[in-house]
Ligand binder design. Structure first.
Ligand code: PEP
Ligand code: MG
Length: 514
């Protein structure tokens, strides 16, 4: 097939060249290929079942006393189905006797059930089976890559939807992501940028699948993809790729400038970046990503070890841990029917006090290192802050009784909802610092999820300006984070507002010559 160019939308910059790998449709491809191996497919299925069971058992352990009865019931039903021999045999039979791939077997079984079952009660049960199949499928994806592409040095992942866990699980040989859907401030895009992996969207992935593709160039600089490139094009891109590595954008930060740059991290491994001289500390640890890394909420003691290790490594540099921010596109506990308006951040934590308490205990124990601060996510009212502050005081009281050591710790609040921005003056009376989260503040103020603009829209800028004014008057610390705070030209604009503390993405550090 001849070289062809298609336009795309850049979510994470960079250039990559590699072999295409269609995430969700891969088992169908293998189904029609002569290389399809049913014993491999069966092994993958069994491994995915075991991983799904382990995930549910882990989840249940951490949810048991919480107010999550519905989730609990669903998890029990899933576990039951994962042990149901009739269902498992039906899948195995399709794989072994009919030489079908796992996902096609799932689809066929669902269709068969739908046609066969008329009883409304059992019809409801089909929904559970669909859910369980989804859960199993989520554990197959990574195995697919290992099984089929472990010898491939350079892969480009394609899928209509790329979710954070696709990027989180990324292996060395995955060089870029292409999707149909996706916005600049989605967490998949944020992760891709923090990992330095190019990611582009608005590409008709299904249509691409029907073409005969051997190689793809992802041009995440000019916003295009080139399929089946000629040798000439390849040479041109190899040179461009090398050139890009050298480039830096000069931020022009003057000496004696009060501006400080902190970093955003999603894992303990990334914390090392904060040790660089020019970085003042960790301005945002998106701790919810620990849940992805551990396939469930790590127990309090494990969290303690993680926080303690980072705090110790950082010495005097601040380490701001944001409490789990779960919900919207960070539905890491796989709760039912989560959307951009479900209970999220502080509200979710208050609804799930055991999760909140376990995390606070872990953080307070590590507070002896004195550089840790707590940041409350996605706040919409002072009630949420008061509730969490009270819980912190209760835990401290308990520590005193039990002679557990802790230090005083600063508590901050994310200003990332219009409600929090409006309530900022009252919020500042309760907390030690605030951090403006430009991603969610943009999304919910502008009612727009695309979040890529050449200029900060006036309404958003005015809202940020008003928060800064109130914070300056209160003399409390103010940070700014989110994607806008990592873009050089907007940093200049925020500096004019006299914002001094920027928490930026790791991938932006290399663009800053300071
Ligand atoms: C934000 O909303 O700007 C922010 C930093 O939080 P999140 O993790 O939701 O991107
Ligand atoms: Mg946010």
């Amino acid at each position: 097939m001849m070289q062809q160019e298609l336009d795309a939308f850049v979510l994470s910059e960079g250039i990559a060249i590699g072999k295409p790998f269609f995430l969700e449709e891969e088992s169908e491809i293998k189904l029609n290929s002569s290389k399809f191996d049913s014993s491999k497919e069966l092994t993958k299925f069994k491994r995915a079942i075991n991983k799904s069971k382990k995930q549910i058992i882990d989840l249940k352990k951490h949810l048991s006393d919480d107010d999550l009865h519905i989730t609990f019931e669903i998890l029990d039903t899933h576990l039951e189905l994962l042990n149901d021999p009739t269902l498992l045999d039906a899948v195995e039979e399709k794989i072994v006797n009919e030489n079908k791939g796992i996902e096609s077997s799932f689809n066929e079984i669902i269709e068969e059930y739908k046609n066969k079952i008329k009883d409304p009660f059992f019809k409801e049960r089909i929904k559970d089976i669909v859910d369980v199949f989804k859960r199993i499928s989520s554990h197959i994806r990574v195995i697919k890559v290992e099984d089929f592409y472990k010898d491939e040095k350079s892969i480009i992942f394609l899928s209509s939807e790329i979710i954070p866990s696709d990027i989180y699980d990324v292996k060395e040989n995955v060089k870029a992501f292409i999707s149909l859907n996706g916005s600049f401030a989605s967490h998949a895009a944020i992760l891709a940028r923090s990992r330095g992996v190019p990611f582009i969207s608005k590409v008709d992935v299904k249509k691409l699948k029907s073409k005969n593709l051997n190689q793809i160039i992802v041009d995440g600089i000019n916003g295009k993809i080139i399929i089946n490139p000629t040798q000439n094009t390849l040479d041109k891109y190899l040179i461009l790729k090398e050139k890009k590595k050298e480039e830096k954008i000069n931020f022009n930060i003057k000496k004696n400038d009060l501006t400080k740059f902190f970093i955003n991290i999603t894992s303990a491994a990334e914390a090392k970046k904060a040790l660089e001289d020019k970085i003042s500390g960790i301005g945002l640890f998106r701790s919810e990503f620990l849940i992805l890394e551990n396939s469930g909420i790590p127990p309090s003691n494990k969290q303690y070890l993680i926080y303690k290790k980072i705090a110790k490594e950082l010495k005097d540099k601040p380490f701001i841990i944001r409490l789990f921010d779960l919900g919207a596109d960070k539905n890491f506990l796989n709760n039912e029917e989560v959307d951009f308006f479900s209970k999220r951040g502080a509200k979710f934590l208050i609804k799930n006090p055991k999760i909140l308490k376990n995390q606070l205990i872990a953080i307070l124990k590590s507070s002896v290192y004195k550089n840790i601060k707590i940041l409350i996510p996605f706040v919409t009212s002072t009630y949420e802050i008061k509730y969490i502050l009270k819980l912190i005081e209760d835990i401290k009281e308990d520590f005193k009784k039990k002679n557990i050591e802790y230090s005083d710790i600063q508590i901050g609040c994310m200003i990332e909802t219009p409600a929090a921005a409006i309530e900022c003056k009252e919020i500042l009376k309760l907390v030690d610092f605030i951090s403006i989260g430009t991603n969610d503040l943009s999304r919910y103020t502008l009612a727009d999820n695309s979040l890529k603009f050449d200029e900060i829209p006036s309404a958003l800028f005015k809202l940020i300006e008003s928060v800064v004014k109130v914070a300056k008057r209160s003399r409390k610390d103010l940070y700014i984070c989110g994607e806008l705070a990592s873009i050089p030209k907007f940093i200049e604009q925020f500096k004019e507002l006299k914002i001094e503390n920027f928490s930026i993405n790791i991938s932006s550090i290399s663009q800053i010559d300071f």
